[in-house]
Design a protein around this ligand. Structure first.
Ligand code: NDP
Length: 271
């Protein structure tokens, strides 16, 4: 019997998830499809009931529903509970399980470049939903974190949540300072650069060995990432994070290894 999957969000037309997941179904000969649904926030509860009633095996959740969907689910994985957001739902019998693969996806995207991260230093710019996923994943691997956000209260809350989970994190507002020196990893998660905007702070003084990541992938190189590259740092955009959050969602649904190369090629050709 054909298994149905989907992504829900608002707006959703830009999502590359259907191409990525369908390429993997095809490569492994699975009888499954993956649809895209634009769900208005006021219709979220009805949409979840509808997907359940129609027998969908699982779905991805994107903006603005990642937090709002939680009360409609029967169970949350530890990752979803800690991050406070869900990007993947799996149906098990009549139960809906909420999971979050954003942080795990980020980790997979940088681990081949960083090696063992235990005890290394990272700064995260931004403290929204994506930053929470990244921060919990890195803290879980023993990295020492600094969270900097335009609204410092949000950075404080994230650092306190990390500390409660056994992580180590300082916090501050999004401004230049000594935090920039001695970093192993710098991650830009704020929604700045999507339209070519220049970044509010400069990276002058950053060490060349720092890996600099901007989780935005469209545009391919934001002005932030361009500055880092010009300063001699190794840089990475957010496409691999998108890829690996999809790989982990796929593996959560099917409990087998996903065809990563096929999924990467599908994403690149869809872009
Ligand atoms: P949220 O809305 O949850 O958070 C947005 C963050 O950006 C907040 O920290 C906000 O700060 C900050 N911000 C927004 N505008 C400005 C500004 N002008 N100056 C300074 N800070 C600003 O969004 P998400 O965390 O879900 O997503 C953030 C970005 O990450 C988006 O661009 C999204 O496309 C990308 N993303 C990429 C993924 C991938 O797989 N590659 C996965 C998920 C997201 P404040 O708290 O002060 O408002």
């Amino acid at each position: 019997m054909k298994r149905h999957f989907a992504v829900i969000g608002h707006p959703i037309a830009h999502s590359l998830s259907p191409q990525m997941h369908e390429s993997a179904f095809k490569a492994l000969g699975l009888d499954a499809d993956y649809l895209r649904f634009d769900v208005h926030p006021q219709q979220l509860g009805d949409a979840v009931l509808g997907l359940k009633a129609l027998g969908f095996a699982g779905w991805n959740v994107t903006l603005p529903h990642k937090e709002a969907i939680m009360p409609y689910l029967d169970e949350l994985t530890l990752e979803a509970q800690r991050i406070g957001a869900v990007n993947t739902v799996k149906r098990e019998g009549s139960r809906l399980i909420g999971h979050n693969t954003d942080g795990g996806g980020f980790l997979r995207s940088v681990e081949s470049l960083l090696g063992d991260v235990q005890g290394k230093r990272a700064a995260i710019l931004g403290a929204g939903g994506a930053a929470r996923g990244v921060a919990f994943a890195l803290a879980g691997k023993g990295m020492k974190l600094e969270i900097l956000n335009r609204t410092p209260e949000r950075a404080t809350r994230l650092a306190q949540d990390l500390a409660q989970a056994g992580g180590e994190a300082a916090w501050g507002s999004l401004e230049e300072g000594p935090w920039l020196t001695g970093l192993d990893l710098l991650v830009q998660t704020a929604s700045i650069g999507l339209h070519g905007e220049t970044y509010p702070i400069s990276l002058r003084g950053i060490a060349k060995h720092t890996l600099v990541v901007d989780i935005i992938f469209n545009p391919w190189e934001t002005p932030f990432l361009k500055e880092a590259r010009k300063l001699g740092c190794q840089t990475l955009n957010g496409l691999d994070m998108l890829l690996y959050q999809g790989v982990l969602a796929w593996e959560f649904w099917f409990e087998k290894v996903a065809p990563v190369d096929v999924m990467r090629r599908a994403l690149l050709s869809a872009l």
